[in-house]
Design a protein. Structure first.
Ligand code: ADP
Ligand code: MG
Length: 234
């Protein structure tokens, strides 16, 4: 897929520019709740990575986020931290849906949510292909706060599992959006977008910005802020 370079913009999207935050920034300068900071410390996170420090304050302030940064830059916690913080403030089941291109990544994301959210008792459910549908339906019956899944299996449960809906969803995350689209999940994603509330927040994270990602972004984010981290430093 064609990669849109960072110079090729004026795309009309707000960008993080002239940030006053540097590598000495601490978690509590980002407006994070003490219990979430404690969870980060327990995981051995000493300070936020660049994508985390530039996106978390905007996410906590209620913005939709486009996060562009290469693999290994800490994108999972960049979206998990603001979601957990807002869950802590107003707990409810089926609070967030995280879409992942692969099973393995879905389990990793769920583990990261459980580690960061252990202190607040977060419950996660993983819905991925190749695994028992009835067992997943039982997980859904326990009303998890966070659903992590691949688009096909999430849509399967929305269509077939009695009582499961996402009508009160507060957050949608599309992780590895470039891979979600190169793996042909566009149709399922569009179906999911039709059955979740419009007044949710949406975070789109990707290693690259392609024209397909830009199209998905236009269809699903409202007045987002773009946070792009140079591949050489984070
Ligand atoms: P990405 O999604 O950008 O590829 P991950 O979210 O998978 O990156 O994070 C890569 C690794 O960095 C993980 O092992 C994660 O636990 C670790 N990590 C994330 N944030 C921090 C941090 N602030 N300090 C130290 N390690 C971190
Ligand atoms: Mg990732």
């Amino acid at each position: 897929d064609d990669v849109i370079s960072s110079d090729e913009e004026d795309d009309g999207i707000d960008k993080v520019e002239n940030s006053k935050l540097d590598e000495n920034t601490t978690f509590d300068q980002l407006g994070m709740h003490p219990q979430i900071i404690e969870a980060c410390v327990r995981m051995g996170f000493k300070k936020p990575t660049e994508i985390q420090r530039e996106s978390i304050p905007h996410a906590i302030a209620g913005r939709d986020i486009i996060g562009l940064a290469q693999t290994g830059s800490g994108k999972t916690a960049a979206f998990a931290i603001p979601i957990l913080q807002q869950l802590l403030q107003s707990p409810q089941p089926l609070f967030a849906l995280i879409l992942s291109p692969t099973r393995e990544l879905a389990f990793q994301i769920s583990q990261q949510f459980e580690a960061l959210g252990a202190v607040i008792g977060v419950k996660c459910g993983v819905l991925v292909g190749g695994m028992d549908v009835m067992q997943q339906a039982m997980v859904l019956a326990r009303k998890p706060h966070i659903i992590v899944g691949t688009p096909g299996r999430v849509m399967y449960h929305l269509e077939n599992t009695k009582g499961f809906h996402l009508k009160a969803l507060k957050f949608l995350v599309m992780d590895e959006a470039d891979r979600l689209l190169s793996m042909d999940f566009e149709e399922e994603i569009n179906k999911i977008l039709k059955v979740i509330p419009k007044n949710r927040n949406t975070y789109l994270f990707s290693a690259t910005m392609t024209s397909k990602v830009a199209k998905l972004q236009k269809a699903s984010l409202v007045n987002p802020i773009k946070v792009q981290v140079a591949s050489t430093k984070y």
